[in-house]
Design a protein around this ligand. Structure first.
Ligand SMILES: Nc1ncnc2c1ncn2[C@@H]1O[C@H](COP(=O)(O)OP(=O)(O)O)[C@@H](O)[C@H]1O
Ligand SMILES: [Mg+2]
Length: 256
């Protein structure tokens, strides 16, 4: 391997996923590069969220869901029978469409993962909470409100808090499933800026049905249709000179 060739953080190989008899992912293969933002786009129902969930085995929680093929994190299978799923979900954190803070204080939300993984307590935990809130630009605004219930925060603050909660356990990968869909345009822009700051340290995969958002935030884009990954490549190339006619039709707005 040459020195300038990026090592894939995640490597998906021949992935098929079934919900009962319905096949939601069809022979998906791709590589996600470290410390880049990869966007997954495509019309509603094409399998974006399903694919994202396979990266930290959230699909394990769905009854009747079956996976064939493999996903590797840093070259190691995440579907291996002996894989520790708690550890996997610590390394690959997820942020959802609707901010879902726990009905606990700001502090307890951020400390939650670090506590259950036994990472820290006392002053060390205080430091993790401060760093994590600072990383999402909430510290200066909330440092005097750490005991407030998280549900009293604005939607944008709640989504940032959920990102801080994930960062607190020091993951490698941040999965974001339409993280701005419940936010107004200004909050969306600010969360997109935050992603640009975080990508210096994390590998980010974002699902979005918003093509403009993918074009703004990502370095790589994958286009999905009916359970297939039609193509993936540098965002600029996928939007301006796609290899597949179906991608061309989608990015030029012919359907969606
Ligand atoms: N838990 C589930 N059980 C059965 N079918 C599902 C489930 N989740 C998603 N699907 C189906 O799988 C397909 C892909 O869904 P999804 O991954 O949510 O698409 P997207 O995120 O691109 O909108 C859709 O046809 C959807 O109805
Ligand atoms: Mg979805």
């Amino acid at each position: 391997m040459s020195a300038n060739r990026a090592v894939p953080k995640l490597c998906v190989q021949g992935l098929d996923l079934y919900y009962g008899d319905f096949q939601a992912l069809i022979n998906v293969s791709l590589e996600i590069t470290e410390r880049r933002i990869t966007a997954l786009i495509g019309p509603s129902g094409c399998g974006k969220s399903t694919l994202l969930r396979t990266f930290n085995r959230m699909n394990d929680l769905i009854v009747g869901c079956k996976v064939v093929g493999d996903v590797e994190l840093d070259g190691r299978s995440i579907y291996a029978p002996n894989r520790n799923v708690d550890d996997l979900r610590k390394r690959i954190g997820m942020v959802f469409q609707r901010p879902n803070p726990f009905p606990l204080s700001v502090y307890e939300n951020v400390a939650y993962g670090a506590r259950i993984h036994g990472l820290a307590a006392g002053a060390a935990l205080d430091a993790i909470v401060e760093q994590s809130l600072a990383a999402v630009d909430l510290w200066s605004g909330l440092k005097d409100r750490l005991d407030d219930n998280a549900l009293t925060l604005s939607g944008e603050q709640q989504q940032r808090l959920c990102i801080a909660r994930v960062l607190a356990v020091e993951p490698d990968v941040l999965l974001m499933d339409e993280p701005c869909s419940a936010l107004d345009p200004v909050a969306t822009m600010r969360v997109e800026e935050l992603m640009q700051e975080l990508v210096d340290r994390y590998t980010i995969v974002i699902v979005t049905h918003n093509m403009q958002q993918a074009a703004r935030v990502s370095q790589d884009t994958g286009f999905m249709l009916l359970g297939e990954l039609v193509e993936i490549g540098p965002t600029n190339q996928v939007f301006t000179s796609p290899r597949d006619q179906r991608t061309e039709d989608y990015v030029s707005g012919r359907f969606g």
